[in-house]
Design a protein around this ligand. Structure first.
Ligand SMILES: NC(=O)c1ccc[n+]([C@@H]2O[C@H](COP(=O)([O-])OP(=O)(O)OC[C@H]3O[C@@H](n4cnc5c(N)ncnc54)[C@H](OP(=O)(O)O)[C@@H]3O)[C@@H](O)[C@H]2O)c1
Length: 372
């Protein structure tokens, strides 16, 4: 199952310039007011969109919407136990804040954090998450002691998605497997030109390690994986949104569409990509390895039709979890570029490598985006 709502404005350096919802609908939108106008004109809704949007409960007495509870997400969140990755990052932190604010009755939230031990993970939880400006809004919900109350819900778990067992202490892993209902994977290496070996480990293998762990969680009811809209080829056209299949590259997809001879298309074999990275690492000098791995990632991405190492390794991560999911309820969300918070808990919160706006009114992308 793929659920997707992705919006991207036409800033100069990034492609695709798309709005995706349900089956991909692709249009050019230059600013928020154009977007508002677009959506207010129902005639512009493409065929097929209606069927793809899950209708919210009917208005009327007693509906969740009527009671100000949206479509039931906050209700779903309540009382459940979570394992969240990537919470020291931009999006993961926003997710945690929103969850703690809108569903204060959530159960325990295990937060997987890269750290050498429990103490170091706890320290990162406190300094990078709890003490963040973003979480101050929780004072309105939990009162002056919000930090203590929030800490009682969050459990710092040292670990790393690159490791097969997530690097978790086995006792803690058993406890999480027994308790957890929802896994949210926001961990990723988000540098566009990351070393190929590093990006393969966190973006391609990482999600599969987490999915394997999900299979040991007896009460799992959702595995939510955050991907990126740029796993698609980004051409301006209407396409049916679909999962990425193993072995299918952006190059082969395009060739399929125009019915060309497939023999010249390089096949995408994920195991092969991993072996290639390992082999080349062994061949080059230590002093050259970082540079060579960066170059290799970008080269491999281009060969298979992706613009950079990040979107290519994220695409392969999707392929693996889709093929391995078995009966795990899997949702893949594909956002485009998230600039900052829009309204909640306050407008304009931003962190890390996302783009920033220069004072003279011109948009400029920071290091993460300047490779596209
Ligand atoms: N922000 C956007 O515009 C955007 C758009 C589309 C999709 N996404 C997706 O949304 C997710 C979050 O993005 P973001 O902007 O929040 O990225 P971010 O700020 O770079 O955060 C990445 C998070 O992943 C963690 N992480 C990286 N490697 C890990 C590993 N091996 N094990 C455990 N944790 C690891 C990082 O931990 P450390 O702090 O220890 O490094 C950090 O918490 C990613 O999957 C990204 O692909 C983001």
């Amino acid at each position: 199952m793929i659920s997707s709502l992705s919006i991207n404005f036409s800033f100069p350096l990034l492609k695709p310039q798309t709005i995706h919802y349900g089956p991909f609908k692709t249009i050019n939108i230059k600013n928020r007011s154009q977007m508002k106008n677009y959506f207010s004109d129902n005639k512009k809704q493409p065929k097929g969109i209606n069927g793809s949007v899950v209708p919210s409960p009917k208005r009327g007495n007693g509906s969740e919407r009527e009671r100000g509870q949206g479509i039931g997400i906050a209700k779903f969140l309540q009382g459940k136990n979570y394992l969240v990755t990537g919470a020291t990052g931009f999006l993961g932190k926003v997710f945690l804040e929103k969850m703690l604010r809108t569903a204060p009755d959530v159960g325990q939230i295990f937060v997987l954090i890269k750290a050498k031990d429990k103490e170091a993970a706890l320290n990162r939880l406190k300094t990078e998450i709890i003490d963040s400006e973003l979480l101050k809004s929780l004072e309105e919900v939990y009162g002056k002691n919000y930090k203590t109350l929030v800490m009682s819900k969050l459990v710092a778990v040292p670990g790393c998605v690159c490791e097969y067992d997530l690097g978790m202490d086995p006792l803690r892993a058993n406890e999480i497997a027994a308790k957890v209902n929802v896994i949210v994977n926001s961990a990723a290496s988000t540098k566009f030109d990351e070393r190929y070996d590093v990006a393969l480990n966190s973006n391609t293998k990482g999600p599969s390690h987490l999915l394997n762990f999900a299979k040991s969680c007896k009460n799992i009811c959702l595995f939510l994986h955050i991907s990126t809209a740029y796993v698609s080829d980004g051409e301006a056209k209407i396409i049916q949104e679909s999962p990425l299949c193993m072995g299918e590259s952006n190059v082969s997809r395009k060739r399929n569409n125009i019915s060309e001879n497939q023999t010249s298309v390089p096949s995408l074999d994920i195991d092969n990509e991993m072996r290639l990275a390992t082999n080349i690492m062994e061949l080059v000098n230590d002093s050259e390895v970082a540079k060579e791995m960066k170059i290799l990632g970008l080269e491999r991405a281009k060969i298979h039709g992706w613009p950079n190492t990040y979107s290519f390794t994220k695409a392969m991560g999707e392929m693996i979890i889709t093929s391995l999911k078995g009966d795990i309820p899997l949702a893949i969300v594909r956002p485009t570029v998230i600039g900052s918070t829009y309204k909640e808990p306050f407008p304009g919160w931003i962190e890390g490598n996302s783009f920033h706006i220069i004072r003279n009114g011109k948009e400029k992308w920071s290091d993460r985006a300047n490779l596209s």
